[in-house]
Design a protein around this ligand. Structure first.
Ligand SMILES: Cc1cc2nc3c(=O)[nH]c(=O)nc-3n(C[C@H](O)[C@H](O)[C@H](O)COP(=O)(O)O)c2cc1C
Length: 182
């Protein structure tokens, strides 16, 4: 970010990314992962970051976003009900925008939750990003500094962000030229 200008180093208006925490239960692990993802996003010149909790209603933040990162646990082979409520409470906010996924779970790493989310977001005319980041038993990976003890995770997150920003730019430009009509 070029200080005071609201623009990235390239002169491009930064993409507004909403990072959504899908878990709401007491004692949840999700916020640790959200903080790591948001911290990495804030290091990038091409993004400005908002965080959204599935328990809150956040229509204005979702509407303003150019792209989304959904951080989701897996509950009984799918994603949490409160996350579904947040998704279903909005429609145009998701349209013609990309969605990336960071998942966590027991043995599954949350991958079954992500596969279910892909179908839901396709129905909403959102574009699911191919590469995701997943953690099986995340409490074994994250240290007291709030970062995963895994270089692979950092690499996977960067790759996911790079794909997300490509789509976010392409779709932001496209929406500006021709508003999306479902
Ligand atoms: C109600 C519930 C159901 C779960 N079901 C699964 C599951 O089907 N597969 C799996 O791998 N992990 C499962 N888990 C483990 C969670 O995905 C894992 O602990 C995750 O990190 C929890 O995120 P949270 O602490 O943010 O809620 C379940 C946990 C809960 C609380």
């Amino acid at each position: 970010m070029v200080p005071g200008t609201g623009e990235g180093e390239t002169g491009m208006t930064p993409l507004r990314i909403a990072i959504i925490n899908g878990s709401t239960r007491t004692g949840r692990f999700g916020p640790m992962i959200v903080d790591w993802v948001a911290g990495a996003a804030r290091q990038r010149a091409d993004m400005v970051v908002d965080t959204v909790d599935a328990a809150s209603r956040s229509g204005e933040v979702l509407a303003a976003a150019d792209a989304f990162v959904v951080v989701t646990p897996e509950y009984n082979h799918s994603f949490p009900g409160d996350l579904k409520k947040l998704i279903d409470a909005h429609f145009t906010e998701w349209q013609a925008k990309p969605v990336a996924f960071v998942s966590h779970g027991g043995v599954s790493g949350g991958l079954r939750a992500v596969e279910h989310l892909r179908g839901v977001f396709a129905e909403l005319h959102a574009v699911g990003i191919r590469d995701s980041v997943s953690f099986h038993r995340p409490w074994n990976w994250f240290g007291s500094d709030g970062r995963p003890e895994s270089a692979q995770a950092e690499i996977a997150l960067k790759k996911m962000f790079d794909q997300l920003t490509w789509w976010a730019l392409a779709l932001r430009d496209a929406r500006a030229v021709r508003p999306f009509e479902a």
